[in-house]
Design a protein around this ligand. Structure first.
Ligand code: NAP
Length: 246
């Protein structure tokens, strides 16, 4: 596929899991890609090498999505390296689990700092760089629609917040012909939620398809939203969940 040739994309949390698959899929479709990571410098470089093997430009930038200063620096660095931005994928996220009865204030703050504030500030930093016809694609969670395990409540609350974020952003950026959409993965086989983990069978039992998504399944929806074919979709949600919500 070549429908993203000439496009410049930034993927937060692109060193592994869903973000790495998104970075690769965008590059396979022709985009140059900047990706951020927090700790996994070596794995981020592996993603960069894979993208370069496709003949595309790639750069990995260390930045903690909980740190407003690092976010601004990394977005500016990405835009400088690629010569601007056409696509922003807000993927970086953390999952911490506890009940409402027991969850600590620090855990709540950590979840909101990365998943919500990080997404807002990354987008804010990207807006001056985003081109006419640009895309903001944010990774939420099907858990915003259906609670899968009570210890996930606060994590899912952070993902529910991204629904309002996406709708508001669609209004704010529409006049610049920039779309804003949310992709909500269901259970997806990554280090965050391994398909062979303790809760794997339970999660599979909740879905008609009876299987986890692969990171590439999520990347396919993101690649579509980034493409010219999706120009008329904004403020909407694509849930890639194997039928969890059916
Ligand atoms: P993952 O395997 O844990 O990978 C997380 C990625 O985000 C890594 O690249 C990590 O970088 C980066 N990251 C984490 N915290 C960061 C921070 N503070 N600053 C910068 N980067 C940070 O997770 P995943 O399963 O791919 O999840 C990706 C997104 O999908 C998340 O938003 C998650 O909530 C969402 N999601 C996942 C599932 C699922 O079942 N897996 C379901 C629904 C939604 P390092 O490698 O440097 O740590």
């Amino acid at each position: 596929m070549t429908n993203l040739v000439g496009k410049r994309a930034l993927v937060t949390g692109g060193s592994r899991g869903i973000g790495a698959a998104i970075a690769l899929a965008l590059a396979e479709n022709g985009a140059d890609v900047a990706l951020t990571f927090q700790n996994s410098a070596g794995r981020a470089q592996e993603v960069v090498a894979s993208i370069e093997q496709l003949g595309r430009r790639a750069v990995a930038i260390q930045a903690d999505s909980a740190d407003p200063v690092a976010i601004k620096r990394s977005v500016d660095e990405a835009a400088a390296a690629l010569g601007g931005l056409d696509v922003l994928v807000n993927n970086a996220g953390i999952a911490l689990y506890d009940t409402i009865a027991d969850i600590k204030a620090e855990t709540i703050d950590a979840l909101f700092a990365v998943n919500v504030r990080g997404t807002i500030l990354t987008t804010q930093a990207a807006i001056p760089h985003l081109s006419w016809g640009g895309r903001v694609i944010t990774i939420g969670s099907a858990g915003a629609e259906r609670i899968v395990g009570v210890t996930g409540t606060v994590y899912y609350m952070t993902k529910s917040a991204l629904q309002s974020f996406t709708r508001g952003l669609a209004h704010e950026l529409g006049p610049k012909d920039i779309t804003a959409n949310l992709v909500q993965p269901g259970s997806t086989d990554t280090e965050m939620n391994p398909a062979d983990g303790e809760a794997g069978d339970y999660q599979r039992s909740l879905t008609p398809l009876g299987r986890f998504a692969t990171p590439a399944d999520i990347a396919a929806a993101v690649t579509f939203l980034a493409s010219p074919a999706a120009r008329q979709l904004t403020g909407t949600i694509i849930t890639v969940d194997g039928g969890l919500l059916a």
